[in-house]
Design a binder for this molecule. Structure first.
Ligand code: EZ4
Ligand code: CO
Length: 405
């Protein structure tokens, strides 16, 4: 009998272009597994949770018991849910699935039931300081082969649009020793959005999926107005139209518009979207393997969503490490109610620190055929890039009000 016990649990914090927290498990039979535990702007809280409270309990546990380990850390902590806890559990869960698939000598998606589709359709980010600027970015992404594109542009007179970089560097919201303070105008944004979508559809037509992220900056009635004003442009979705702490807030949006709705990149549990899904108030749930309790819990969310015709649309920004992306692609290719996957390419340096089997071609990604989730870490290289504090920005209305996001 092989000895499947966990003999080592190590937390690796590194900053190759941005911060990442990775859990590395080693088993007595010589396997290793990686899990992503990155919580953007709050990274060290998860690293500490893992180091102080989780790693000591992992050594000696049987790595084969994925579900039992999930329950042990979820129920056993007494303090259930919450982004820090659920991201830590996710890191453990991902690493254990990686180990199990390696031991079975299979790519992870085979353990998850095998392929439900030939590949994973991903959407890209196009952005611009103006409509012309944005149109150029859309053209570039169409040339790269993307069949689905998210568009974000700055409305005239609004200094800090969500999703548009400051300057010419790729968009990366986390930065600085203190949070950047942004200023926002909802009326100007709402007036601008139909013009923006009209420009995009007039130039490129309707043969690709068009997406937009409102990034929690609207009230429910404003979100309803936005959805209604964009109907003729037939969007694939509006993301995070309003915060979902009050899940019933989405009833109001739903009553007013047929524009599809996606929400949930900040969800950490099925409980966060139970009503949204059961009442069919959304079309896509954006929960991820990293922030929503790992592959084990994300599969549970997807299975529940499938009952109500809600599809997946996993968050895939650069603050989710390649370990998360690799795991997400195995999940995506094997889940019956897959919708779409976000793809924001990592910096070259990030990819160097996390060599991976997944690939992109013509708007579609593949998890690769390596046993496990197919993502590794170059620990020597990782050690050269120490943690660097970076905050997500704080956003205020023009009068300084911080309501409603
Ligand atoms: O701001 O990932 O859809 N993507 C997003 C991202 C988020 C960051 C937060 O960690 O909204 O850009
Ligand atoms: Co988003």
């Amino acid at each position: 009998m092989t000895d499947t016990k966990i003999v080592d649990a190590k937390v690796i914090v590194t900053c190759p272009a941005r911060n990442f927290v990775t859990l590395k498990l080693t088993t007595a039979d010589g396997l290793t597994g990686l899990g992503d535990g990155t919580l953007n702007g709050r990274e060290l809280s998860v690293a500490t949770y893992l180091e102080e409270y989780v790693a000591p309990l992992l050594t000696g546990r049987d790595s084969e018991r994925i579900e039992d380990t999930w329950q042990y850390f979820y129920r056993g902590a007494y303090w259930r849910r919450g982004p820090v806890t659920m991201t830590a559990i996710a890191a453990v869960d991902m690493a254990l699935w990686d180990v199990k698939a390696k031991r079975a000598n299979m790519p992870l998606y085979q353990l998850l039931g095998g392929r439900c589709r030939e590949g994973v359709t991903v959407y890209a980010h196009a952005n611009g300081h103006s409509i012309d600027d944005l149109l150029e970015s859309v053209a570039k992404h169409r040339e790269l082969g993307y069949k689905a594109i998210r568009v974000q542009a700055a409305a005239p007179g609004v200094p800090d649009a969500y999703g548009v970089p400051h300057g010419t560097k790729p968009y990366e919201p986390a930065e600085g020793e203190r949070p950047r303070e942004e200023t926002w105008s909802t009326p100007q944004y709402l007036a601008f959005m139909p013009k923006l979508m009209d420009a995009v559809r007039s130039k490129f037509g309707f043969d690709f999926a068009l997406l937009h992220d409102a990034h929690h900056r609207l009230t429910p009635i404003e979100a309803a107005a936005l959805g209604k004003s964009l109907e003729e442009f037939r969007l694939f979705w509006i993301e995070d139209a309003t915060p979902a702490e009050n899940q019933e807030a989405f009833r109001l949006i739903r009553q007013h518009t047929t524009t599809p709705l996606a929400v949930g990149e900040t969800f950490n549990s099925l409980i966060d979207c139970k009503q949204l899904i059961a009442e069919q108030l959304i079309d896509y749930v954006r929960a991820t393997v990293t922030h929503a309790g790992g592959i084990t819990h994300l599969r549970r969310i997807a299975a529940f969503a499938d009952v109500y015709g809600v599809k997946t649309g996993c968050h895939g920004a650069t603050d989710l490490s390649p370990v998360s992306m690799g795991s997400a692609l195995h999940f995506d290719v094997s889940v019956p109610n897959f919708g779409i996957q976000e793809h924001m390419p990592h910096a070259a340096l990030t990819d160097e620190v996390f060599p991976h089997a997944y690939s992109f071609k013509d708007g579609v990604m593949q998890p690769g055929e390596k046993p496990g989730h197919g993502v590794e870490i170059d620990e020597k290289l990782a050690a050269k890039y120490p943690y660097k504090k970076a905050y997500l920005p704080v956003c205020r209305l023009e009068d300084g009000t911080m309501h409603n996001w």
